[in-house]
Design a protein around this ligand. Structure first.
Ligand SMILES: Nc1ncnc2c1ncn2[C@@H]1O[C@H](COP(=O)(O)OP(=O)(O)OP(=O)(O)O)[C@@H](O)[C@H]1O
Length: 522
């Protein structure tokens, strides 16, 4: 009896000490994050001042106006410090229509109560993240969005958490996603496809430049703004299927060697995995794909259709895997369904792994030879894949002959979505309110609730973007100035330049700090 008690006490001690260790580690991270964040704030502030002074120096703004603009910036900085001190929580937003649902949570339109600004709020269940080992992925998403300021990437304004959920407050892109557009249009013309594939090239290039790999690029993650320009979203929450077992099947064997079906016929008809004697025509394939598409998008495993073979095989992979995904999306845009589509995800994985036996173009798809060539040069092994040596290889492909890469985000988009007002959600599917709206708990989570081992996993999630102060206190520069005078906002967001700008040769601390962020502990 005594022995059992002693043993139990021992176990409790071990549990207690591991919890203490966890708390010590979290406290250490908190302190480190705090000081790094302080340093970063000072650096960023200096940088903003430097950018403004540089831009003013090369402009014809009169001296007096220049002084006023610098004062405006300082006032905005003060506002930003105030914003940073404010503990932001879900109660700061009015929750509106649900516009998306994923494996880990939902995305909805929301209005910031103080500023009236409209945003998209992505809410992710912490318990689901922990259960599925997605903590690192969610951190990667938050870090990438906070770090990569580019017009090709959906913009993050805030991130925060409460006891149950993580929140990302992003710009709202009302044009809908590429999946919805493709379902509506069946196929795109080569011109429209070229425009969006070219914008995707720029988006992928911009994340690669920051050493991130997306791994899960698919039409659901390509969002359109109100003008029809495309931005990449959903970073890090990839849901790879474990297909490592498929690697034991030799490459030269076809799916039928595996008692599956015959490989695709040259006319493009495709074997049906469920009914092995049935062959689907490209038209049937398209209908089938469209019927299943949404189901796949909302399922917990997601669709593997765009994932590169090396990712599925867990062989070790690099940035090239994102160019494969682009090839699969381009195929879908021009053919109507993705190249390795099958009724069940495992068969799709098999087809991807054995892509040589399954990549075919239906005759009636009528792609230009250049388009076919580009697809084949993206859907191939890593050593031969275009983009492996850098995005410039893809940009130089003849299919992009007439593309003006530097002007892509300034020119009129190839497709203009219908958007009536900032609250318009017509380009999104309708979702039911399944869960009741989150309980209103006053000014946010309590200290006790946050100090659970669960929450220690998410230390450092909070983020506030300097641009978020734009809407606060409606800092109206334009009204009070001569029409020629530029506003601070226009100076910073001018001609698509990434912000904050790095001084040549100067390594900003952003990369180093990306994994820390602002501390979020009580
Ligand atoms: N900033 C945004 N503006 C408009 N719509 C958005 C935005 N972010 C996401 N959505 C919509 O919500 C959908 C789901 O978003 P997202 O893919 O980021 O969520 P997720 O939970 O990570 O999904 P997944 O299961 O694909 O990982 C998108 O396909 C898109 O339709």
């Amino acid at each position: 009896m005594e022995d059992i008690e002693e043993e139990e006490n021992g176990e409790e001690e071990v549990l207690g000490s591991s919890l203490t260790m966890e708390k010590v580690a979290a406290a250490k991270q908190f302190i480190e994050n705090h000081y790094r964040a302080q340093m970063k704030n000072i650096q960023d502030r200096k940088e903003r001042r430097w950018v403004l002074e540089r831009k003013l120096a090369s402009s014809d703004v009169p001296k007096e106006e220049q002084i006023n603009l610098i004062k405006d910036l300082e006032r905005k900085e003060t506002e930003f410090i105030r914003l940073k001190r404010h503990k932001i929580c879900v109660d700061d937003f009015e929750l509106l229509t649900i516009i998306g649902r994923g494996a880990f949570g939902e995305v909805r339109l929301c209005r910031e109560k103080k500023s009236g600004n409209i945003y998209a709020m992505k809410k992710l269940k912490k318990s689901e993240m922990l259960k599925r080992g997605q903590v690192e992925h969610v951190r990667a998403e938050r870090n990438l969005l906070a770090e990569v300021a580019s017009h090709c990437i959906v913009k993050l304004y805030y991130s925060f958490q409460d006891a149950e959920d993580l929140y990302l407050i992003m710009e709202y892109l009302p044009g809908g996603d590429m999946m919805t557009l493709l379902m509506r249009e069946d196929t795109l013309t080569e011109n429209v496809a070229r425009f969006y594939i070219a914008q995707s090239v720029l988006a992928i290039e911009s994340i690669h430049k920051h050493n991130y790999i997306h791994r899960d690029i698919k039409p659901d993650n390509l969002l359109l703004d109100k003008k029809g320009h495309m931005k990449l979203s959903d970073f890090g929450l990839c849901k790879p299927l474990d297909c490592s077992a498929l690697s034991v099947i030799p490459e030269n064997k076809t799916i039928d060697d595996e008692n599956m079906t015959e490989p695709m016929d040259i006319d493009g008809s495709i074997p049906d995995a469920d009914n092995k004697s049935n062959w689907k025509s490209p038209h049937e394939q398209l209908q089938h794909w469209q019927m299943n598409r949404r189901k796949l998008a909302f399922s917990t495993v997601g669709t593997p259709d765009y994932i590169a073979p090396e990712v599925l095989l867990k062989k070790g992979y690099g940035m090239e895997c994102d160019w494969w995904s682009l090839g699969a999306i381009m195929y879908e845009m021009l053919v109507g369904y993705p190249p390795f589509y099958s009724d069940d995800p495992i068969t799709t994985c098999r087809k991807i792994v054995h892509w040589r036996n399954h990549l075919r173009f239906p005759e009636d798809a009528r792609l230009s030879p250049e388009a076919k060539d580009l697809i084949c040069r993206l859907l191939c092994d890593v050593d031969h894949r275009l983009g492996t040596g850098g995005a410039h290889q893809i940009k130089a492909h003849p299919w992009f002959k007439d593309i003006l890469w530097d002007k892509l985000y300034e020119m009129e988009a190839a497709f203009k979505p219908e958007v009536n007002g900032e609250l318009d959600t017509q380009n999104f599917m309708k979702f039911d309110e399944m869960d009741p709206p989150p309980a209103r708990t006053g000014s946010g989570p309590s200290r006790k609730m946050l100090l659970t081992p669960k929450d220690l996993s998410f230390v450092g999630y909070t983020y506030k973007n300097f641009d978020a102060v734009k809407g606060l206190h409606s800092f109206d520069l334009k009204g009070s100035m001569s029409p020629k005078r530029p506003s601070i906002d226009s100076i910073f967001s001018g001609s698509g330049a990434d912000y904050p700008t790095k001084r040549p040769g100067e390594e900003t601390e952003v990369q180093m700090l990306a994994s820390s962020g602002d501390p979020m502990l009580p």
